[in-house]
Design a protein around this ligand. Sequence first.
Ligand code: NAD
Ligand code: WQD
Length: 346
Amino acid sequence: MAILVTGGSGYIGSHTCVELLNAGYEVVVVDNLSNSKFGLLKRVRDITANDIKFYKIDILDRDALDKVFSENKIDAVIHFAGLKAVGDSVQDPLRYYKTNVAGTITLCEVMQKHGVKQMVFSSSATVYGVPEKVPITEEFPLEAMSPYGNNKIMIEKILSDLYASDQTWSIVLLRYFNPIGAHSSGQLGEDPSGVPNNLMPYMTKVAAGKLKELKVFGGNYPTYDGTGVRDYIHVVDLALGHLKALEKVGSSAGVNAYNLGTGKGYSVLELIRAFEKASEREIPYMIVERRLGDIGISYADPTKAKKELQWVASRGIEEMCVDAWRWQLNNPDGYEYIEDPKEIKF
Ligand code: NAD
Ligand code: WQD
């Protein structure tokens, strides 16, 4: 089976490509490399010793996408491509609506034209806004707090309407909680450009001495130590969730949303302690004001994914920290730059 992976050279996409190739799928990646580097796909190839096909394409480019579907017999699409920085989405909402919402519509139109109607979409726990209680189930109301969150809700609605109009579509909406960690080979990991916004990549840079100290955003949340609580999930567990979702879209039509999380919440201070243990380094930190738009507690009820996808996250917080640290040690400056070809099979 051939799977088209949009955004396949990104953080979650690259880990998913590894698992797809290991499971025997053929993989075709499209990515415009706006937030990733081509060199990463070479590493995917090295880890799996399998061929991978790559097109440097923007998902808004209908003709280019059309060519990909004409040249390859695609069975299903995993759609990661998009912009993901919450703060940027507030600054530049039009760019976010265009890439994320219009990009998904363009992709669906091209899929429809080629009769490909199986899709796994990267949604986010951000669609739940401020949850009334935890754990969060898929039935909770959707209420975004940023243009990025609105993008995800809109796309979910568009995909649901698409299914309602044509019940031969089969769509899985995966609502990721907080993906962290890296591939155990130390070859793949998170490589944000500039100063990281998220906790784990920021902390790894502090441990490596590249940033001075971690600012802990808020010490007075109603949590047991006052710091924010999240459901951190190992990126490889998340990647494996996509393989289970593919089985689902391959076996029955419909549109279904699933939480991908561990079901356990950890505070910022707990994650710092776990990371200090894994890295054997001290993380200097200071508790500062809450970050605007942050919520106190978020963690998943992953029961539906367990029941209907037969998926559970098996890697714990220690493994997430050990793998994230190995990635940082092996790649102090992230991925190397390699001039990218427009199309390649290697
Ligand atoms: P990422 O930025 O590493 O990967 C996204 C990829 O999409 C990048 O390689 C980028 O170059 C590509 N891309 C962006 N715009 C494109 C366009 N117009 N055409 C083609 N390619 C384009 O991000 P990620 O963390 O791997 O996230 C993947 C998906 O998962 C995104 O949709 C994101 O919103 C979603 N998600 C991520 C998280 C998280 O914390 N990382 C949480 C929830 C949901
Ligand atoms: C985790 C915890 C912070 C940085 C974001 C997006 C969300 C989703 C996942 C895409 C919080 C605290 C953080 C720092 C800190 N992405 N923190 N100091 O905010 O839960 O989710 O990524 O869909 O949409 O909003 O993740 O890693 O930024 O924060 O204290 O320097 O760490 O306050 O409690 P978040 P995060």
